[in-house]
Structures are given as structure tokens and as C-alpha cells.
Design a protein around this ligand. Sequence first.
Ligand SMILES: NC(=O)c1ccc[n+]([C@@H]2O[C@H](COP(=O)([O-])OP(=O)(O)OC[C@H]3O[C@@H](n4cnc5c(N)ncnc54)[C@H](O)[C@@H]3O)[C@@H](O)[C@H]2O)c1
Length: 438
Amino acid sequence: MDKVFTVSILGCGSRGHYTYGRCMSEYFADKFKIVSVCDIDQEKIELAQKDWEIPEENCFLDENEFLKEKRSDALVIATQDRDHVRMCVRALELGYDILLEKPISPDEDELYELLEAYKKYDKKVIVCHVLRYAPAFLKIKEILDSGEIGKIVCIDWLEQVTYWHQAHSFVRGNWRNDVETSPMIMQKCCHDLDLLQYYADSKCDTVYSVGALTFFNEQNKPEGAASRCKDCKYIHDCVYSAERLYVEKWKKDFDWAFDKPDVDDNARKQGWPFNVVDLSRPITEESIRRAYENSQYGRCVFDCDNNVVDNQTVVMQFENGIRANLTMTAFTALPGRKMTFHGTLGEVEMDEENDYIRISRYGHGTRFLSIKEILKVAINDTFGHGGGDLMLVRDFYDALAGKGELGTTLERSIESHLMALAAEKSRVNGEVCKVHKN
Ligand SMILES: NC(=O)c1ccc[n+]([C@@H]2O[C@H](COP(=O)([O-])OP(=O)(O)OC[C@H]3O[C@@H](n4cnc5c(N)ncnc54)[C@H](O)[C@@H]3O)[C@@H](O)[C@H]2O)c1
């Protein structure tokens, strides 16, 4: 029988509760047992207690109280971006092995502070660059490493944020303001930047970036619009209206041309992003309307305190000569990443939403792979981030149990953050920036 590791969760929000907590308690219940939780929100503690039967004395509303002593074998840190390093350094001192949400931190000094503590205490830290573990993204690495398309010369990469996800997370939601959280290129694209350096198999040398907040600002507020959707005359017409995004879209996912056969509509209605807006169980039309009307999620998207960009492009030069460009944009109907690797002997293209990887060898034809089929063979589940969330938790278990190494190191995870910080500096200052100081 597998050893069962006890786990504490610090930050029981969307990721802490519904991703890692759920993975551990539903999918890997024979490997993990959640024994303690900490969150500043009493309602979140109560939901965690209910789901995992945590005794009252193991529930904490204060991080200092929680971090007074070690309460389990492992710890999940899923609080907000600027809390991670403070909590992680203290947890390393206590002797925890840690699953740490990305981004590690938007502050460069903190990245090195954590690295130092990690070396000193010699515990395991897995940063949740979940796409590193997603079967289709691993397949791409396998194809590139096989030499089938020769040497990679350049890479084209598109991150489709989608119009409603931008409105939900980056205009109304938690990541709207980089003073409170992190720049959008780090928050949304540290996965992409991490994968780019992984596929290029090289450190990034220089970056150049342009981007701006072009649309979600006061200049674009329609004539006579109210500051909250419930009071607005455009409530049923504006595509960003909270009534449309949280009630109409909850009733029917109207962005698709057809009902997605592999999506359980009931689970969709109780899941993200609706369970971020509304903590009711079950979520109903009335409860979600009430929730948006009384929260930040009911604000006009043209009248918020957001400052993060809604589109940004980064051009990268890697130390081994490979060049890449990444565009992140809010202005897409459908989500997912699209990318093409241009090699000396062929091309590989991946389109997540349209479910294919195309491999073309110049003069030797083209073949297609289905991403869903790759997923079915590897893990047979569609749980978050193309299976990456589940695979990362499994990898964490294997590392704890001494059955394998973590798929990526803290040093490698920090690389993507340095790339993001350099890209942001370039965007703000308009100059080409070095990723490393020397
Ligand atoms: N790996 C990924 O792909 C991915 C995806 C989404 C978000 N994230 C990251 O995960 C982290 C959490 O995001 P989320 O969507 O779960 O946010 P969330 O707001 O739903 O959850 C954060 C939780 O932390 C709690 N909290 C805040 N301060 C606290 C403190 N001092 N002590 C204890 N609890 C505290 C909040 O009450 C909340 O419940 C963020 O850093 C985010 O950037 C990663």
C-alpha cells in the first residue's frame, strides 16, 4: 500500500480548495490526507471543514498562528501572488515539503531570497507550472527532442486569454492591479515563458515587449452607462455585462457553436469561474445574480481600478540563437494556446482548442495527433490545464515518496519569472532588456 502523506492547505480559494484540495481528496485519496487548513475568510474555512472533516483545532484564520509549528508532512501554498515567498520561507524553516502556486513573486529580490532558503533547508518545492506536466505539452517536447523537424529556428506563440476571462480576472477580479498582485505578463504568461525556455532548451538572453491597457478604461465607457451592471441600461446588450457573463453564460455557454459533448453541464455550472463569484452550494440562477450584484464582479468593466494590460507581445532571443514571439491578448472568443515551432527540417503546430498537433516534415508529408487522445492514454481525465493539475500533484507525491524527481526545479521556475520581469521592464521603458544581470 502507498504511504499516505498528511497535507495542510494555506489559502483555501479557487486553487487551494477546488484544484489541489480536490485532486488530493478525490483523485489521490489513497496518497494524501488533508488535515489542516488556513484562510482569512471564515466562509472558506467552513467549506473546507465540511469537505474534508477537519477538526476545529486544525483550522486557522491567521497565518502566524498556523505557521507557529509544522502541522503535516506537506503544505500547499495557494494564497495571492505577493504572499507566497513570505509564507514559503517560513514553511521551509518549519521543515515542510511544499507545493507552491505560481507566480512565486513579482519581486526579483524575493525570488533569490526563496532560492537561498530552499538551498539552506533542502526540502522539496514544486512550483505550479502545471503545463509542464500536461500530456500534450510533454508530447511536443518529445517531438522536438526527437529531431524530426531538425533544429528549431523560431517559435510563434499565442495565448488566448478570452474576452470574458479578461473581464473576470484582470478587470474586475483579483489580478486587475499589478500594485496589488503582479504584472499580467507574469500572472498569465509565466507558464508560456516557462515552456518557451523548456522547448528552446536554453536560457533567454534578451527580450523586447510592447503592450497596453487599450480597452477596459473610462474612455470606452458607453454613453450613460452606470458604474454597476445591475443599474445599467446596457445590462442585456453589453458583451461584458455581469448579467451576461455570470447569469446568461451560466445558463448556457453561448460562446460555442455547439454543446461540447465532453463537458458535464452540471459540473460546469458549479465550477470555475462561477464558484469564485458565488460560494453558495449549489449555485443557482438567483444565488449567482445576488453574488455578482453585491461584489466586485458586478462592476462596469469600463469603471474599475484595473491597470494591467489587455494585450502584450514579447520578442525573445535565446542564448542558443532561437528566437520566439509571444502574444497574449484578451480579445479572443475561445481560450487555449496556439503555437508553431519552425525547424530546419519541418514544422510542429499545436492548437489546444481545435484539438490537434500537426507535424509536417518538409517534402515528407503531414500527420495530425489529437490532444484529447494523448490525454486519454496518459491520464483519461480532463481535469484542469489539460491534465497538468493532476499530473503535477502525482509528481509531487512521487517525489515525496522517493519514487522520482520533481519534473522541474525551483531554479528553472525562477527563469520564467526573470523573463516576465524583463518583459515588463521593456514594455514600460521601451528598450531591449537583458534577462540576467550578467
Ligand atoms: N497554476 C495556475 O495555473 C494558476 C491558475 C490560477 C491562479 N493561480 C495562482 O494561485 C494563487 C491563488 O489563486 P486563486 O485563484 O485560488 O485565488 P483565490 O482568491 O480564490 O484564493 C486565495 C485564497 O487565499 C486566502 N488568503 C488571502 N490572504 C491570506 C492569508 N494571509 N492567510 C491565509 N489565507 C489567505 C483568500 O481568502 C483566498 O481564499 C494565486 O497566486 C494565483 O496567481 C495559479
